[in-house]
Write a protein that binds this ligand. Structure first.
Ligand SMILES: *Cc1c(COP(=O)(O)O)cnc(C)c1O
Length: 365
């Protein structure tokens, strides 16, 4: 006899991560491998964050502050809100799961864009909820009107990834304003703003943080994994009305965020120069890649994030394999329903050049 599992977990598909550098080195027996697959910051953590980690390392026999008090304080200060409006997670991935655990009953509906970030589907299915996917518009942006139209009496949560992963597209201030005004108050709106710091918007980008105090049914998620370059430490945060934060906090493990992550995140938040530098490297890498794609006659989706979807006009799995054989790891679009696209993270200039050189050889352009 086997132990019977919960039915709802059978709809969970395993997460497909970007291939780790060491795995590719092992499998191919090559030494010189670069990873442009998981939207990590190629500059690495700021010196201040590294210093904070080293200092914290000596105290790892002590449990972390379960309330992440100083990190919450630093975040509250940044947004001019109270610590009661902040929750810290073991990555924003954890917060997505906690939100589902707090609000999603079996059969409840969670409205998401498609394609978007796969964690939303995981967390919903884990709780036995139903995913309602609203396809992106023809220009690969969130269809906010379509999402409003998808609301039923079972709708519990709507998740807006802005800028969106994997397309890099964004919805603007006017569109978000109009959307928020139409969502009933009993539905939670989650803004996943993992790439907010990269949005090049001419004032058109509106972060979810604008809405969180005014609307108790809105939460914004941010992460230290992307522009703050701390993906390995696992730390992210949510900001929302105090009652919403208190409710979600019920589902949180007492020591969900480790002490090194708390210390590094505080330091990273304060290192504005590193953030500026990261944005600049991204901007320049983006321009270079756009230019190269244009010269190669490849279509791409203009991005507001640190990655670009490029159409290689053939099965991207083949191109992915060929790139990997040359030591360049990217992501294929098939997992996002865009089988001829590759998603490439914008790297350092030499990494971008190496990717382009390899791509040219493979596509003979
Ligand atoms: C990378 C990413 C996150 C961040 O996840 P962490 O768990 O904080 O590392 C969240 N949302 C989206 C859309 C992402 O791409």
């Amino acid at each position: 006899m086997t132990v019977k599992n919960r039915d709802s977990i059978m709809s969970i598909k395993p997460y497909v991560p970007g291939k780790p550098i060491d795995e590719v080195k092992r499998e191919l027996g090559i030494d010189d491998v670069i990873k442009l697959a998981s939207n990590e910051n190629p500059l690495g953590p700021s010196e201040a964050a590294k210093g904070a980690m080293l200092e914290a390392a000596c105290n790892m026999h002590i449990y972390p502050d379960g309330s992440s008090f100083y990190l919450k304080e630093a975040i509250a200060k940044k947004y001019n809100i109270q610590t009661e409006n902040v929750i810290i997670g073991n990555g924003s991935d954890e917060l997505i799961k906690l939100i589902a655990e707090t609000y999603v009953n079996p059969e409840d509906e969670v409205v998401i864009g498609s394609p978007s970030f796969s964690e939303y589907i995981f967390a919903t299915h884990l709780m036995g909820g139903k995913i309602v996917s609203v396809p992106l518009t023809a220009d690969n942006r969130f269809d906010l009107a379509g999402m409003i139209a998808a609301i039923t009496e079972k709708t519990k949560v709507i998740i807006i990834c802005n800028p969106n992963n994997p397309t890099g597209t964004m919805v603007n201030k006017q569109e978000v304003n109009a959307f928020i005004a139409q969502v009933p108050e009993h539905i939670l709106v989650v803004f996943d703003s993992a790439y907010a710091e990269y949005a090049e918007d001419d004032g058109q980008y509106e972060s979810g943080s604008t809405y969180v105090i005014k609307y108790p049914n809105v939460i914004e998620l941010r992460t230290f994994s992307k522009i703050y370059a701390l993906a390995g430490l696992r730390v992210g945060y949510g900001i929302a009305a105090a009652e919403t934060i208190a409710m979600i906090s019920r589902t949180r493990e007492p020591f969900n965020v480790n002490a090194m992550a708390q210390a590094a995140a505080i330091a990273a938040l304060q290192d504005i120069t590193h953030v500026e530098q990261s944005r600049k490297v991204n901007h320049e890498g983006k321009k270079y890649l756009y230019d190269q794609f244009q010269q190669m006659g490849l279509k791409y989706i203009p991005t507001h994030a640190n990655f670009i979807m490029v159409d290689v006009e053939k099965d991207s799995k083949e191109v992915f394999q060929a790139l990997m054989a040359k030591g360049v790891i990217v992501r294929t679009g098939d997992i996002f329903g865009m089988p001829t696209y590759l998603r490439v993270t914008i790297g350092l200039p030499e990494e971008n050049e190496r990717f382009i050189k390899a791509l040219k050889e493979i596509l003979k352009k």
